[in-house]
Design a protein. Structure first.
Length: 340
């Protein structure tokens, strides 16, 4: 009796067809997953922008990028903008435990390091593939061990505030911190002695001014692209005004670079392994979403900006001039409103 069944050739053909179908469907599945991750990232930015507005409703100003102790040479930890938003993103218990703005961050790092290490989902982009915590000995200046010798890292955030079109470094007048060099964004104020910005100060229009942007955190291919620091920043103020005003001295930039982004470089600027530690390219906005990065504007809307957006990023005759779309989107009262 002749038995019915597949021949070997028929079986191989069926397997080949299934393989082809899987190969065709896999990119579509991956694209759908990335679309979902991008949507969640957009929602994270939306919630942060809403928290900024709620903070403004209470205090009549936006939070500072970070606050500094009255001791100008103190290079310990300082409370960051993300810490001040905790009560407005359903993180009141952590805010209370940290005593944000009351206790010194340096002291709380010693007693409650886990509060600085445990990531907050709303501060992480779902597309991020890098470590959730900055690595001691690898992320120089981004770890608790650099702040208070506890040999532990600070949690990574994939969001930084929009601040600058120039190199992210502090400028110093005598022994007082006096804002940031070349800073025209919302979060170029309120570091020490200067009032923080309010919505009333955004003269170019809240829909035309960026508030928060993305920065990914990666160790892939030996390149150290560092995301932001969550809740706290380190600042090497003790290096003195000469070192601080030197744009090549990245040790003086770490505190600001860990919290803020600049249009000094294009979105998703390419770094090489040789640029790992010292490159100021770390201040750029970046993401793992193909083609650009997402930003929250001051009106709470979320925009995806292409990495090919117009950017002159040049020092024009010794001064920083707003003469491109990306620079105009960073500036809040430069008189050059731009929209996408």
């Amino acid at each position: 009796m002749k038995r019915k069944g597949f021949t070997l050739v028929e079986l191989l053909v069926v397997i080949a067809i299934i393989g082809i179908l899987v190969g065709l469907l896999l990119p579509a599945v991956q694209a759908a997953r990335e679309a979902a991750r991008r949507m969640q990232c957009s929602n994270n930015l939306k919630q942060q922008a809403l928290a900024m507005h709620n903070y403004h409703d209470v205090y009549k100003v936006l939070p500072p990028m970070y606050i500094h102790d009255t001791n100008v040479t103190d290079d310990g930890g300082h409370w960051a903008w993300s810490a001040f938003l905790l009560p407005f993103i359903e993180q009141q218990p952590r805010y209370d435990a940290l005593e944000v703005g009351t206790a010194k961050a340096r002291a709380k790092i010693t007693t409650n390091p886990e509060l600085f290490q445990n990531p907050i989902d709303g501060y992480r982009c779902p597309s991020s593939t890098g470590p959730a915590v900055h690595e001691p000995g690898v992320d120089a200046g981004y770890c608790i061990d650099d702040i208070n010798d506890t040999n532990t890292g600070v949690a990574v955030t994939n969001y930084v505030v929009a601040s600058n079109i120039a190199d992210l470094r502090m400028k110093r007048a005598s022994n007082m911190i006096d804002g940031l060099t070349g800073a025209i964004g919302i979060f170029s104020r309120g570091i020490k002695g200067e009032p923080t910005a309010g919505l009333r100060d955004i003269l170019d229009g809240t829909s035309n001014t960026l508030m928060i942007g993305e920065r990914f955190h990666s160790r892939a291919g030996g390149i150290r692209m560092s995301g932001g620091m969550m809740l706290v920043a380190r600042d090497n103020l003790s290096l003195g005004p000469t070192a601080r005003d030197n744009p090549g001295n990245t040790a003086t930039n770490q505190g600001v670079m860990s919290l803020a982004g600049s249009a000094r470089y294009p979105i998703n600027v390419v770094m090489t392994p040789s640029e790992n530690v010292s490159s100021t390219k770390k201040m750029a906005f970046s993401s793992l979403h193909p083609g650009g990065a997402q930003f929250a504007a001051a009106d709470g809307s979320v925009k995806f900006i292409s990495d090919t957006v117009e950017l002159s990023n040049g020092n024009n005759g010794g001064g920083w001039t707003v003469d491109s779309v990306m620079e105009a989107l960073i500036g809040m009262q430069d008189g050059v409103p731009a929209s996408l």
